[in-house]
Design a protein around this ligand. Structure first.
Ligand code: PLP
Length: 568
């Protein structure tokens, strides 16, 4: 060994020493069984590894088809490459500059600079009078007029009588917290009764259960958590997956991120815009913990084919969640109000959980929703229990610890004061209005209703015009409607305030479309090819969003928007 021969003698000796010791310590496989088992284990591990990846590849091929898989790989690669492009030194600074400019423009609109700002605690507390005066100023800040029906969704009832009652209920329970049921027994009772009333509304079987939550998002998060825990506890699933319609509320994608559940999105193709149940079926694999359908979905107000999903769920033995957050107290009354409807609730045997927002068409104040389960066992999968905390044995039903009992009181008061007759009447007025609005919009040759909406949301596309220009022009007339994407569209979620002014809404929309068409005509006559730079917010944002393969610029804009919300 040339290396060792050049070593000094003493060093070489110690090196040899160590080497000999190491050799002596090396085990001698006298037992052939031992050799076999090590080899065997190695082979088994390798086999499992190959099996795992082969299975995944097969599931993917089965779920998306060969072409679909190739397209998916291609778009993923394209998106990643575009992401790298955006991060190139020169490009990055340009993009950043444009994003900053856009955020600065947003800031002007969102954060008025002329108001007095209070950035630290006042040294001495204000007088009641002073607080009241400032609160009035805040409530009357220049805003989009929901009171006059100018806002899609957002405020679903808004009548003074109900608001007064809610405020009173709130006032009686300001300090209440359902985490202490012995201290606030009335709140415990009200929460249990809200759950019971909503279960009844959705035809829950005996043994069904539920909890109140602070909103539809928490309800959905809890339903997904429950499904994931069930999959782990009962089937040992450690890599959970769920299958969503593309149009399902994004809270499910949030649940995927929070709880590490892989998401499969399934298209909802025209003309029905319901989820493609055959593709859902193909995506089911042994890791599937939940299927999802909406009744109706937020973007287009379309009820998925819940009956077909239910059959599929039963046959393949996977849980099915129906998101009725938006449908809330409308969908259960459709039939009684004489409107066309579709099966959506626990009467379908495959439906294992439902989310229903009492704070939407249940007319409760914001911060109220419910999640319902077919069995108590399913509900207990969303519970959090810590038996060993130094703060004592701890148990909470959902994501929150302490919760506002006052909100539950205001919810309970809303439910019992409106009652079945009130909800039936509201359903008749709201859905009736949505149908008239849909008819008017559908009659406009430039516009096209998306699918066949059965509830309160009317979504539409523009045939030849830019629908975002229409949304912006409506915005300029004071209307706050919702812009949608994939495909470009917009919608109106009809509420009680809108029922009163829907004809003005329809007229304004017709006028705006006519004006946009005129602009387009002039543009064509003047022979200008491409449309000029978008001037409105929706057109600018979705123009950018729609044209980019990688949405990181939009993500930056959206984060900038969230930051602005905290600019004092
Ligand atoms: C509003 C809504 C939700 C949940 O929204 P929150 O804002 O968290 O209450 C979920 N699904 C649909 C279809 C919705 O419209």
């Amino acid at each position: 060994m040339p290396g060792t021969s050049r070593m000094p003698v003493s060093l070489r000796e110690s090196f040899n020493n160590v080497r000999n010791k190491a050799r002596a310590r090396r085990p001698v496989w006298s037992n052939p069984l031992q050799v076999l088992s090590i080899d065997l284990i190695r082979q088994i591990v390798f086999f499992l590894f190959v099996l795992r990846w082969t299975r995944r590849a097969l599931w993917k091929l089965k779920g998306r088809g060969l072409l679909g898989t190739i397209v998916e790989l291609y778009t993923d690669a394209y998106r990643a490459l575009y992401g790298y492009f955006l991060r190139l030194p020169g490009v990055r600074t340009t993009v950043r500059k444009q994003v900053d400019e856009a955020i600065a423009k947003m800031s002007v609109k969102l954060v008025p600079t002329n108001a007095t700002r209070y950035l630290t605690l006042p040294k001495e507390g204000w007088s009641e009078e002073a607080v009241r005066k400032e609160l009035d100023t805040l409530a009357n800040m220049d805003h989009t007029r929901w009171e006059d029906g100018y806002v899609s969704g957002a405020v679903y009832h808004g009548e003074a009588d109900l608001m007064r009652l809610q405020t009173e209920a709130y006032g009686k329970f300001t300090v209440a917290n359902p985490i202490h049921p012995d201290v606030f027994p009335g709140v415990r009772k009200m929460e249990a009764e809200i759950v019971s009333m909503v279960l009844n509304l959705f035809n829950a079987p005996p043994g069904a259960a539920g909890t109140c939550t602070i909103g539809g998002t928490e309800s959905i998060l809890m339903a997904c958590l429950s499904a994931r825990q069930k999959g782990y506890a009962e089937r040992g699933i450690t890599e959970p997956e769920m299958i969503l319609p593309e149009t399902a509320h994004t809270a499910f994608r949030k649940a995927g991120e929070y709880f590490k559940i892989k998401i499969h999105l399934v298209p909802c193709p025209a003309p029905a815009y319901q989820v493609d149940v055959r593709r859902v079926s193909r995506l089911i694999n042994p890791n599937t913990v939940l299927l999802v359908g909406s009744a109706p979905n937020f973007p287009h107000g379309i009820i998925d084919d819940i009956s077909a999903l239910s059959k599929l769920a039963l046959r393949r033995r996977v849980p099915l969640h129906v998101d009725c957050c938006l449908g809330s107290f409308l969908v259960p009354f459709l039939e009684q109000a004489g409107f066309e409807t579709q099966p959506f609730d626990f009467r379908l045997k495959g439906v294992t959980s439902i989310s229903c927002d009492t704070h939407k068409y249940g007319f409760a104040p914001k911060g109220n929703s419910t999640v319902l389960y077919r069995t108590e066992q399913l509900r207990s999968y969303q519970y959090f229990v810590d038996p060993s905390w130094s703060g004592g044995v701890y148990a909470s039903p959902g994501a929150a610890g302490s919760r506002p009992g006052a909100l539950l009181a205001a919810c309970w008061a809303s439910l019992v004061s409106v009652g079945q007759s009130g909800y039936l009447d509201a359903c008749a007025r709201i859905v009736g209005c949505a149908k008239q609005l849909a008819e008017r919009i559908g009659a406009n040759p430039e516009l096209e209703i998306i699918g066949r909406p059965l509830v309160s949301v009317v979504a539409f596309r523009a045939r030849d015009l830019n629908v975002y220009d229409i949304a912006d022009a409506m915005g300029a007339r004071g209307w706050h409607l919702n812009a949608l994407q994939n495909p470009p569209a917009m919608h109106v979620a009809v509420t009680l305030p809108i029922v009163k002014v829907w004809e003005r809404l329809a007229r304004d929309l017709d006028e705006v479309v006519e004006a946009e068409r005129e602009k387009e005509r002039v543009r064509v006559v003047q022979g200008k090819g491409a449309r000029g730079a978008a001037t409105g917010d929706a057109a600018a944002l979705y123009g950018v969003a729609g044209s980019l393969p990688n949405k990181s610029v939009v993500v930056d804009l959206a984060k900038g928007f969230l930051d602005l919300c905290y600019k004092a």
